[in-house]
Design a protein around this ligand. Structure first.
Ligand SMILES: Cc1cc2nc3c(=O)[nH]c(=O)nc-3n(C[C@H](O)[C@H](O)[C@H](O)COP(=O)(O)O)c2cc1C
Length: 205
């Protein structure tokens, strides 16, 4: 009985660690090469996380902008509807020098369980043929495995070899109320993932 209890506690701890640490699938060992972080961010959470990743990984970074403003209520609702309907938006840049990089970190906020519109548009319009891709998202709630697989499928359709899926939550639940995390907290949580992301890039996990 005691042993069963111990095993259950260990499983719960392992489950909790997974919630903050993300997943890196077994990949062939390879030379890490150059990494480009591509991100879209509407309110700065994903941007804050990506900027610290850039410093820690020594990677290049490129923001993908949505040319249709999502700052107004109307713009945001229109973006949400387009996301739900699988439509695209106007983005800048339209493409990057994919051939110059070995690894891509594709980073976006989650909208209606999918990548934020500008990033989904970018992924659908570009090819990552044969490139290692690591997904890094921010979202208010923990994104379950089912949706992680859908994100990975989008990248696979664009030719990428998905090596990992990482996430940082943008909300805490305090006394049954949702409280937005500060950018500092988001950066702190991102820092906890750096070792695993580095290992994922290096193909060590
Ligand atoms: C239109 C819209 C839809 C969203 N949908 C979800 C969702 O389905 N699940 C979730 O956990 N968070 C959702 N969020 C919350 C964002 O993913 C989260 O706040 C994210 O950290 C914002 O990142 P940003 O500051 O880089 O834009 C949504 C936010 C917006 C604006």
């Amino acid at each position: 009985m005691k042993r069963i209890c111990k095993v259950s506690i260990m499983s719960i701890i392992a489950g909790c660690l997974l919630m903050v640490s993300g997943l890196c699938s077994a990949a062939e060992e390879s030379s890490p090469g150059k990494t480009l972080i591509l991100y879209y961010s509407r309110t700065g959470n994903t941007q804050a996380a990506c900027e610290v990743l850039q410093k820690e990984l020594g990677a290049d970074i490129q923001e993908i902008k949505d040319l249709n403003s999502r700052d107004t209520k109307f713009g945001m609702i229109a973006g949400m509807l387009k996301t739900i309907m699988g439509m695209q938006t106007d983005i800048e840049p339209e493409s990057v020098a994919v051939e110059s990089y070995d690894t891509f970190i594709i980073s976006a906020p989650i909208w209606a369980s999918k990548f934020g519109l500008a990033m989904r548009t970018f992924v659908e319009r570009n090819s990552f043929q044969g490139k290692k891709v690591i997904i890094f998202i921010t979202a208010d709630s923990f994104v379950e495995e089912e949706y992680q697989q859908k994100h990975a499928a989008l990248l696979t359709e664009s030719g990428g070899k998905v090596a990992g899926h990482f996430q940082v939550q943008a909300m805490d639940v305090v006394d049954n109320e949702k409280v937005p995390r500060t950018k500092e907290k988001i950066v702190e949580e991102t820092m906890k993932l750096v070792t695993d992301i580095k290992a994922c890039i290096a193909g060590e996990k």
